[in-house]
Design a protein around this ligand. Sequence first.
Ligand SMILES: CC(C)(COP(=O)(O)OP(=O)(O)OC[C@H]1O[C@@H](n2cnc3c(N)ncnc32)[C@H](O)[C@@H]1OP(=O)(O)O)[C@@H](O)C(=O)NCCC(=O)NCCS
Length: 137
Amino acid sequence: MLDLNSRYAYLLWCRDFAETSVLARLDDPRSAPVGFVTGYRRPDSPDTLVVWQVAVDAATRGLGVAGRMLDELVDAVPGVDHLETTITPGNDASERLFSAFAERRDAPLVTSELFSADLLGDDHEPEILHRIGPFAA
Ligand SMILES: CC(C)(COP(=O)(O)OP(=O)(O)OC[C@H]1O[C@@H](n2cnc3c(N)ncnc32)[C@H](O)[C@@H]1OP(=O)(O)O)[C@@H](O)C(=O)NCCC(=O)NCCS
């Protein structure tokens, strides 16, 4: 599930991580956004793009918007050949989104628990790290 962060957090993100994030609109560039990806380059591993959050408006899901955002983002960030994200167990749409991305890049996908439920607290489900890469040239 998607954790909702404060407006302040998202605005700060847009200021400092715009180059590794993307916003989707349908057709008209002035229309309301229908999806976004927030990402960053790992400071200790700059060839790895971490996708923090990806979301598509409920009315626009299943049309390939999220997959296209991932493709465009990875192609736009130079020197990246791995993608990491975490997914909570049972988020089928997210799991399929990232496994389909791995297939398109002809890249291995390895999973491991990154943060346990105990560590996250507040009845949060564990966050399972999905690491994809290296991408095929
Ligand atoms: C996850 C999410 C971003 C996917 O967005 P989307 O635009 O509908 O995804 P796409 O249309 O690009 O589909 C990507 C793949 O997932 C599959 N998929 C989409 N929804 C699915 C579902 N509910 N169950 C299973 N597979 C699903 C698609 O068929 C596609 O696979 P394919 O390439 O093999 O056909 C969207 O469901 C969402 O916003 N969920 C709520 C927020 C969330 O949980 N975000 C992730 C945690 S940060």
